[in-house]
Design a binder for this molecule. Structure first.
Ligand code: BEZ
Length: 402
């Protein structure tokens, strides 16, 4: 079922709540009594973007998480699951209030969120202060599993560093010497371009220009003209969601896809490929997922996701699905007793998940260790060309848990 029509950002004082698979609208306060009894449903707060340029990403994470819970009969670790959700709109300025309300007034036991790195860092601060269990199902902000790491914070996605560092060597090895980078001007863009540049320059490459636009702006024309004038060997980019669709189409409309190969972080073409159509053909990216991974877990996941939503699964759906799997492992280890916090966290930290993306485990900072694949858009899919780097572990710079 879809609940999207009811969603409002918390700043507009509206939220959704309900047990797994059945949402009900809650208009005003006070909302719920705390989920304290061990047999009471565990309350999962979904803080994701359901509107704006990252709307589809948030919805797929939500769908992936709920799919896993449904496959377990509406329970994780034997415990019934209830949901409350908020549209964070990818707005960092509203993030602290939104998270405080989920944790304080709504008494969410666990929060799943979010997509945007800036929003996620505000959530991390509240999670640290209140010791709320937080599972990040996308946002790659390096600091979340770096200086701000904490026992109660896990990530089932990637660090920004991790997703693009391998591409630096891939492109240098392909004989590419001069690159122009282009991205949105915020944490994720800066960190993904930074990690790519770190490895590209280490392997002899040169960055000739770093171009940026403010998030979530999509006026790319002036910068595309600049790229045409600079004539680099290739372009490396980070955009995602609606912005990625627009950028790839604009790049092709200017004819640059015929003369200057476009590379990027895999978010450029994941979940966006259908809308990009022919314009995406031939784009090479790195990511911890590819559409044609033929491991049994991926085949089963794609089939189940399609049956539930009528859509093709992507990395965002996988990250949500694995978020629920991780919580399931923690709750199973304690027989559903959420108060056995240390034991639950230890089990989550030691988890080895047979993910649709391939083997997934966690480092001491609670960031995934996973393969990063080199993919190319072929036949309307992100097809794996090779494993760009196996079992990539984020350096977790500044994390005191390591
Ligand atoms: C981020 O803000 O961390 C992010 C957003 C979309 C895709 C990937 C990363």
């Amino acid at each position: 079922m879809t609940t999207k029509g009811f969603l409002r950002p918390l700043t507009r004082r509206a939220m959704l709540s309900g047990t797994a698979g059945a949402a009900t609208f809650i208009a005003t306060s006070p909302l719920h009594s705390p989920a304290i009894a061990q047999n009471a449903p565990l309350k999962v707060g979904m803080m994701l973007p359901y509107t704006g340029t990252y709307a589809k990403l948030g919805q797929f994470i939500d769908d992936g998480f709920r799919l896993y819970v449904e496959q377990k009969g509406g329970k994780l670790g034997g415990r019934d699951i209830a949901f409350v959700q908020v549209d964070d709109e990818s707005k960092p300025e509203a993030a602290t209030d939104n998270m405080n309300r989920l944790v304080g007034r709504e008494k969410a036991d666990v929060v799943i969120g979010t997509v945007h790195s800036g929003v996620a860092m505000a959530m991390v601060k509240v999670a640290r202060d209140t010791k709320t269990l937080l599972i990040i199902p996308n946002a790659g902000a390096n600091d979340a599993t770096g200086p701000a790491c904490a026992p109660n914070i896990f990530r089932t996605s990637f660090s920004n560093w991790q997703s693009t560092y391998p591409m630096g060597k891939v492109m240098a090895d392909a004989g590419i010497k001069n690159v122009v980078t282009i991205t949105w001007r915020y944490t994720a863009g800066a960190e993904m371009i930074g990690a790519f540049a770190e490895n590209f320059t280490k392997n002899g490459g040169k960055i000739v220009a770093d171009l940026t636009v403010p998030f979530p702006e999509v006026e790319f024309q002036a910068l595309i003209t600049q790229i045409a004038q600079l004539k680099p060997d290739a372009v490396f980019s980070f955009f995602a969601g609606g912005g990625a669709v627009k950028f790839v189409k604009d790049y092709a409309a200017a004819g640059l896809n015929k003369t200057i190969p476009l590379y990027g972080a895999g978010f450029l073409t994941d979940g966006t490929i259908e809308a990009q159509g022919e314009a995406a053909k031939g784009i090479r990216t790195t990511l911890h997922y590819a559409d044609n991974l033929d491991n049994p877990a991926n085949l089963a996941f794609l089939k189940a996701f399609k049956a539930k939503t009528g859509k093709d699964g992507d990395i965002y759906a996988v990250q949500g699905y694995d978020g629920a799997a991780l919580l399931d492992i923690g709750l199973t280890a304690v027989g559903g007793d959420f108060n056995a916090r240390d034991k639950m966290i230890a089990a989550m930290g030691a988890a080895k998940i047979d993910s649709p993306r391939g083997p997934l485990s966690f480092n001491k900072a609670h960031n995934p260790i996973q393969n990063i694949y080199l993919r190319e858009v072929r036949n309307g899919r992100n097809e794996m060309i090779s494993v760009a780097q196996a079992a990539v572990d984020d350096p977790a710079r500044g994390c005191k848990m390591t």
